[in-house]
Design a binder for this molecule. Structure first.
Ligand SMILES: [Ca+2]
Ligand SMILES: [Ca+2]
Length: 537
C-alpha cells in the first residue's frame, strides 16, 4: 500500500486528470522491446557499436566519472546481444538563436544580456523563445522554477534550454512544491545542482504535455519528499537522462522516497543513463493506482542504461503499469529490510507487457521477482530474457533466489544466466495466485545448490533446453530430486546438465553454444546459445 501512504501524506500531487488512452497499442510480447524515442538532448551515436550494460560515461556530464566507483565497473564485453537496441549516447553542442543570462550579481531590471544579467531565473524564463537559451551562471538560487503558462513552449525543432553553467545550486527557499516544475513541452533543463535540503518536496516534476522536455546532466539530492523526480497528471513524453540522483530519504510513514517515481496517467517516459542510489525507496518506481486512485495506469516507460543501487527497497519496482522496458541496466546492492526482501527488480500488482532484458543484476537477496502483491488481474505479458543474475545471497536473512515467479500469466524466462545463487529459480508457490503457463527455456544455471524449486501452482509450464550444473538438485513441492526425475515430472525432454564453463562476462562454454532452442530471438551460428550471451556474432 505504498501509494495509499504516499497519497495520505499529501506528497504526491494528484490534480484533476484527463483519462489516459486505454486502447493504446500493446507490443507483441514475443518481439524485442521497442527502441526508446530519440532524445534531442543526446542523440544516438552512429558508431554502430552497441552501448555497454550500465551507465555510459558521456563526456562533460555528472555521470562521466561514476562508473569508476569501486565495484561499479561496467561488465566486460560481450555486451548486449543481437536484436536488442539501446541508445548510445554522446555529448552534443547545440546552437541557439539568442541567449539570456542570469547571475547572482544580476538585476531583474537589466536587459538579460551578459553585460546586464537578470538576477532571477523566474524573470529570464519568461523572456525566452523557441531556439533560445537561458544561461544560469554559477551561484546559489533560492527560488522555484515554474515552467507553465508563464513561459512559452519550445518546439521539437527549436527547444528552449535552461542551461546551468558551473552547476548552479538550486535550493528550496520559501514557497511550496517541487524546486523545478515542468508543464511545457520542449524545454531542456541541463546542468543544475538541485538540492532539496531534506525538505518534503520533489526535486523536479513533469506534468501534462511535456513532450520533448528533458532533465539532463543534473545532480538531485537530499530530499525528504516522495522522490527526486516524478511524472504525473498525464505527463507525456518526458526524458530524465544523465543525472545523478541520490539520498532521497523519508523516515516517516512507509519511508518511501524514490529516485524517480512514474505515477498513473504518465505516458512515454524515458529514464536513461542515470546513476540513482541510496534512496529510502527505489531507484525507479512505476506506481500503480492501487489503494489511492482510479486513474489509468502509466503506459510507456523505458528504463535503460542506468546504474541503480543501494536503496532501502529495490532498483526497479514496477506495479500496475503497461508497456515497460527495463534494459541494459546495472543493478546491485540490495538486502532485506523491514519493508522489502532485498529484491533487485520486482514486477507485480497488475503489470502488463513488461520486458526485463540484458540487465546485470548482482549482490542482492533476490534478483528478479514477478508477482507477489496484487489486486485484480495477475501480471501478464512479462518477459525476462538475457539477464545476467549473479551473486545473490542469503546474507541478512535473504532468500538468495535468482528469479522467482510467484504469480502471473504467461511469463517468459528465456536465455538468462544465473550464477552463484542459493536457488536459481522458484516457480509457482502460489502466494496470491498461480504462475499460469510459464515458459522457462535456454537458461544457464551455474553454481546453485538448488536449481529449481517448483511449487504446485505452475499449470501449463513449459520447461526446455536449460543447462543445469552437474549433480543439480531440484525441489518439487518440497521434495528433493535429481534432474532426470524433475524432467520426467515436468515433461521437459531437452534440458541437460554439465559444466557451463562461464567465461568473461558470462560467455557460455561448449555445453551451451548452439545448444539452445529457437525462442524467436535473433541468434548467431547454427542455433541459439543457452544463457544470456550469444557468441559468434
Ligand atoms: Ca519498492
Ligand atoms: Ca549460437
Amino acid at each position: 500500500m505504498l501509494g495509499a501512504t504516499a497519497h495520505a501524506d499529501g506528497l504526491f500531487p494528484l490534480p484533476n486528470l484527463q483519462p489516459g488512452n486505454p486502447s493504446a497499442p500493446t507490443p507483441d510480447p514475443a518481439a524485442p522491446a521497442p527502441s526508446a524515442p530519440a532524445t534531442p538532448g543526446a542523440p544516438a551515436a552512429d558508431s554502430g557499436a552497441e552501448p555497454p550494460l550500465g551507465v555510459q560515461p558521456v563526456p562533460n556530464t555528472p555521470v562521466e566519472s561514476l562508473p569508476e566507483h569501486a565495484d561499479h565497473a561496467n561488465i566486460a564485453e560481450p555486451g548486449p546481444q543481437p536484436g536488442t537496441k539501446a541508445s548510445a549516447l554522446a555529448a552534443v553542442t547545440p546552437s541557439f538563436t539568442r541567449e539570456w543570462v542570469v547571475s547572482p550579481s544580476g538585476n531583474d531590471a537589466g536587459d538579460g544580456s551578459a553585460a546586464q544579467p537578470f538576477r532571477t531565473i523566474a524573470k529570464a524564463i519568461t523572456q525566452a523563445n523557441p531556439g533560445e537559451v537561458v544561461r544560469v551562471l554559477a551561484g546559489t538560487y533560492n527560488e522555484r522554477i515554474l515552467l507553465a503558462d508563464n513561459v512559452k513552449p519550445g518546439t521539437a525543432e527549436a527547444k528552449i534550454t535552461l542551461q546551468g553553467e558551473g552547476r548552479p545550486h538550486l535550493i528550496p527557499g520559501n514557497g511550496g512544491g517541487a524546486l523545478v516544475q515542468v508543464r511545457r513541452p520542449n524545454w531542456v533543463i541541463d546542468g543544475f545542482d538541485i538540492d532539496v535540503q531534506g525538505q518534503a518536496f520533489f526535486g523536479v516534476t513533469f506534468e501534462g504535455n511535456v513532450q520533448g522536455s528533458v532533465l539532463a546532466n543534473s545532480e538531485l539530492h537530499h530530499g525528504g519528499g516522495g522522490a527526486g523526480v516524478t511524472t504525473f497528471g498525464n505527463a507525456t513524453g518526458a526524458t530524465i537522462e544523465n543525472n545523478h540522483i541520490h539520498d532521497f530519504v523519508r523516515n516517516t510513514g512507509n519511508k518511501d522516497s524514490h529516485g524517480v517515481v512514474v505515477q498513473p496517467t504518465s505516458h512515454d517516459i524515458t529514464v536513461r543513463n542515470n546513476d540513482i542510489h541510496d534512496n529510502s525507496g527505489d531507484s525507479v518506481q512505476c506506481l500503480g493506482p492501487e489503494g489511492f486512485s482510479s486513474l489509468p495506469p502509466a503506459d510507456g516507460l523505458v528504463v535503460e542504461n542506468n546504474h541503480l543501487y543501494g536503496n532501502r527497497e529495490n532498483a526497479v519496482d514496477i506495479k500496475t503499469c503497461h508497456n515497460v522496458a527495463i534494459r541494459n541496466n546495472r543493478m546491485h546492492q540490495f538486502r532485506p529490510t523491514s519493508t522489502a526482501k532485498g529484491d533487485v527488480v520486482v514486477v507485480h500488482y497488475s503489470a502488463q507487457n513488461v520486458t526485463v532484458e540484458d540487465n546485470e543484476i548482482y549482490d542482492g537477496a533476490k534478483g528478479i521477482s514477478v508477482g507477489g502483491n496484487h489486486e485484480g488481474p495477475l501480471p501478464t505479458g512479462i518477459i525476462i530474457r538475457r539477464n545476467r543474475v549473479h551473486d545473490i545471497t542469503t546474507e541478512g536473512g535473504g532468500e538468495g533466489t535468482g528469479i522467482r515467479l510467484e504469480n502471473s500469466n504467461g511469463t517468459v524466462v528465456v536465455n538468462n544466466t544465473i550464477a552463484r545463487v542459493a536457488t536459481a529459480l522458484i516457480i509457482g508457490h502460489g502466494t496470491g495466485g498461480p504462475t499460469q503457463s510459464p515458459v522457462v527455456q535456454n537458461n544457464i544455471v551455474d553454481a546453485a545448490p538448488v536449481a529449481v524449486d517448483l511449487g504446485g501452482q505452475a499449470p501449463g509450464m513449459k520447461m526446455a533446453a536449460n543447462l543445469f550444473p552437474a549433480g543439480a538438485q531440484f525441489k518439487q513441492n518440497g521434495a528433493l530430486q535429481g534432474l532426470d526425475q524433475f524432467k520426467a515430472a515436468t515433461g521437459d525432454t531437452t534440458s541437460t546438465s554439465g559444466p557451463s564453463d562461464l567465461g568473461e562476462a558470462f560467455a557460455p562454454g561448449a555445453a551451451a553454444v548452439d545448444k539452445g532452442t529457437d525462442v524467436g530471438l535473433p541468434f548467431c551460428g547454427a542455433s541459439p546459445d543457452i544463457g544470456a550471451v550469444e557468441l559468434g556474432c
